[in-house]
Design a protein around this ligand. Structure first.
Ligand code: GLP
Length: 240
């Protein structure tokens, strides 16, 4: 896995955005999957700017949401959908049929998994996926110990993830489960960009790079994919 170290978050975000732009230029109807969470917010801004400056055309691109907290929807501040919508989809000129996102408010999570799996079967495999790294090494909501055979599925969230979730919601919320693309689907992506920023991610970034590949640290599995790159800023690279 090639590692690119940027001087700071702005440069990191631009570098990751350029990977998405290159993918869409090569294949205008590409399927792009981008994580929610804090890490890609700068990438969203860079991609919106690129669209506004005419440097990329998303009119034929398909966008897929990576994961969602079960029980939360667009109206819930800090949900994956709310963050991606607010910072990205809403600022692009997209048609509804260009977006597929988990409905965290579904009363039938299994049917929701089937729906998203069906969408991926139709439009996939994913051409480019931008992943954040959880504090415990999760990618999407594939927590430590996740199965390599999983496609879309419901997950009992790790205590680390439940604790970290407070940063998104402002107030503590009962989030016990997530719904996510599985490792099988993620690792079948044609291009994987694993992204991390800030000193708080330095330890898990070092583990991702140095630890043998293991489902106990899902981010290490990305190393098994030839077309995978790690993009970090100096702070996140400080323990390498
Ligand atoms: C969150 C999300 C992931 C995200 C990861 C890192 O829980 N489920 O999609 O990539 O954990 O989040 P952050 O970028 O906020 O550190």
């Amino acid at each position: 896995m090639k590692t690119s170290i940027s001087s700071g978050y702005a440069e990191l975000s631009k570098a990751v955005a350029q990977n998405v732009i290159d993918c869409v230029k090569a294949k205008p109807d590409a399927l792009i999957c981008i994580a929610g969470g804090d890490t890609p917010l700068g990438v969203f801004a860079a991609l919106v700017e690129a669209q506004n400056q005419g440097r990329v055309d998303f009119s034929r691109t398909q966008f897929l949401g990576l994961d969602e907290w079960l029980g939360l929807g667009l109206a819930d501040k800090g949900s994956c959908r709310e963050m991606v919508w607010h910072h990205f989809f809403d600022k692009l000129t997209l048609r509804e049929e260009q977006i597929c996102f988990f409905d965290g408010l579904t009363h039938d999570p299994q049917a929701e998994c089937k729906r998203v799996d069906g969408y991926i079967e139709k439009h996939g495999p994913i051409d480019c996926i931008v992943l954040g790294i959880g504090m415990n090494g999760h990618i999407g909501f594939n927590e430590p110990g996740a199965s390599l055979e999983n496609t879309c599925h419901v997950i009992d969230l790790d205590p680390v993830t439940q604790t970290v979730s407070v940063k998104y919601f402002g107030t503590p919320r009962e989030v016990k489960q997530g719904i996510s693309l599985g490792l099988k689907t993620i690792l079948a992506s044609k291009k994987i960009v694993l992204m991390a920023s800030g000193e708080k991610k330095a330890a898990i970034v070092a583990q991702t790079v140095n630890h043998p590949t293991s489902v106990e640290i899902p981010s290490t599995l990305v190393k098994t994919v030839p077309q995978a790159n790690l993009f970090v800023d100096k702070a996140a690279a400080s323990a390498l």
